[in-house]
Write a protein that binds this ligand. Structure first.
Ligand code: SF4
Length: 435
């Protein structure tokens, strides 16, 4: 076997943060990945320079021209300083060390800093702030859980190794026969690939999860008499069967996804899912966990909270941190045409945001930090090419269960590509110098 085998590498793609990846490396190239799913493998192979932005660039007369790093840093600092309401958005696919400097930059320029949770699990954050969350680590799930419920999430596609590493299939100390000792339930309007692997699939009508959870809670409280014959498209007998399965389990978990957070009801869906979990603890041990998407979206929430007291959509315009999602969150700031400059890091809002809000990004000076060309870099005025976190530089990331894991550096970055943290540090220094 030629090449060097590096074991136990962390995959910097999704919130499962698998830390058992083996890479075979030769001449600063990854020639083989082992244990990673197909999505993780694609991420590891994304380092290839042929798909990369390799030089800082500035738009001049409508055309992007390569420049040196100092020129790009100065241009970016001036854009941010000249803005009345600058926005720093993205952050979910970079390391916590970059988050820390980003928060300092936001404070320095009196801007708003927000991350991609604003358009995925932001409602979960709001629900947790109002009712708390009985949760645990993924290690506890595969060690103990005998009932796993995926509600509004499709792990086979979104987190392809979640079931094999943390829930359905993995053997644990008290579940040494793995899947044979577990019931897996999928609740989803769509009969997904994940639903087809489950013991029980419950097809809930779209936007009716709240009603279904209300019915389960009523049955749990011995008020099944008020539950109609069918709720959210699910027959009453099936709801009673599910409720009994939950009550009779020894250790249950609900993993919920965007099917709850981004359907009608939003944070109310998560709120009632948490209350249902709390109710179940009168009968057995039951827990709940969001299926976080980007590999370090949880990390931004952690760093921002311990730094400012708020997890996302943080506004420094008043000279101190302030937070009011729906007003200080990115979609609304763009929709209301409030921001007059933006720095986008490790995200692609031009491709992913609704057209009504994304359109404002075309009208304002835009700085993009991204290793790859994206629709957002296409319209940027300044572009920085970073090293890829978790492949070309190390750092800290938080798994979906809030366990911090150290990302590793396995390759040297292309010349001139430096970590996100260093790019932000240089912009911050220049901002302080020009102020
Ligand atoms: S499940 Fe997620 S973290 Fe694990 S290898 Fe696949 S993409 Fe990477």
């Amino acid at each position: 076997m030629s090449g060097k085998l590096i074991t136990d590498v962390v995959c910097p793609f999704c919130g499962a943060l698998c830390d058992d990846i083996d890479l075979l490396i030769e001449d600063n190239k990854i020639i083989e990945t082992r244990n990673a799913c197909i999505v993780g493998t694609r991420k590891f192979m994304s380092y290839e320079p042929s798909h990369r932005i390799l030089r800082p660039m500035i738009r001049n007369n409508g055309e992007l021209k390569p420049v040196d790093m100092d020129t790009a840093v100065e241009k970016a600092a001036k854009i941010l300083l000249n803005a009345d309401r600058p926005l720093l958005y993205g952050w979910a696919s970079t390391e916590c060390e970059a988050h820390k400097v980003g928060l300092e930059l936001a404070e320095e320029i009196g801007g708003v800093i927000d991350n991609t949770t604003t358009v995925c699990h932001g409602p979960s954050v709001l629900a947790v702030q109002s009712v708390g969350i009985p949760s645990t680590t993924l290690g506890n799930i595969y060690t103990r859980a005998d009932l796993v419920i995926y509600w509004g999430s499709n792990p086979i596609h979104a987190h392809p190794r979640h079931m094999s590493r943390y829930s359905t299939f993995r053997r644990g100390l008290f579940r040494d026969r793995g899947a044979k000792e577990r019931n897996v339930v999928v609740i989803d309007p769509r009969n997904t690939d994940s639903a087809r692997t489950a013991n029980i699939y419950i097809q809930v009508e779209p936007n009716k999860d709240y009603e279904l959870m209300c019915a389960i809670r009523a049955i749990l409280r011995d008020r099944g008499d008020i539950v109609p014959d069918e709720v959210a498209g699910v027959p009453k007998e099936k709801i009673i069967e599910l409720t009994n399965l939950m009550k009779d389990s020894k250790y249950g978990i609900i993993f919920f996804g965007l099917g709850l957070t981004m359907s009608k009801g939003k944070h109310h869906n998560v709120d009632i899912a948490i209350r249902l979990t709390t109710d179940l603890n009168k009968f057995t041990k039951f827990l709940i966990m969001p299926m976080r998407g980007h590999y370090n979206v949880t990390g931004f929430g952690a760093v921002a909270t311990w730094t400012t007291g708020y997890p996302y959509a943080i506004d420094f315009a008043r000279g101190h941190p302030w937070y009011n999602p729906g007003e200080t969150s990115t979609h609304e700031l763009l929709l209301n045409e409030e921001v007059d400059a933006a720095l986008i890091i490790a995200a692609d809002p031009v491709a992913n945001f609704p057209a009504q809000s994304a359109r404002h990004l075309f009208k304002i000076p835009l700085i993009a930090i991204d290793p790859h060309p994206t629709p957002t870099t296409e319209i940027a005025d300044v572009i920085f090419p970073p090293a890829i976190s978790g492949i070309e530089c190390e750092g800290t990331a938080y798994r979906m269960d809030k366990v911090p894991i150290r990302l590793r550096k396995v390759l040297e970055p292309p010349e001139g590509c430096i970590p996100d943290k260093e790019i932000i540090e240089r912009i911050l220094e220049k901002v302080k110098e020009l102020k």
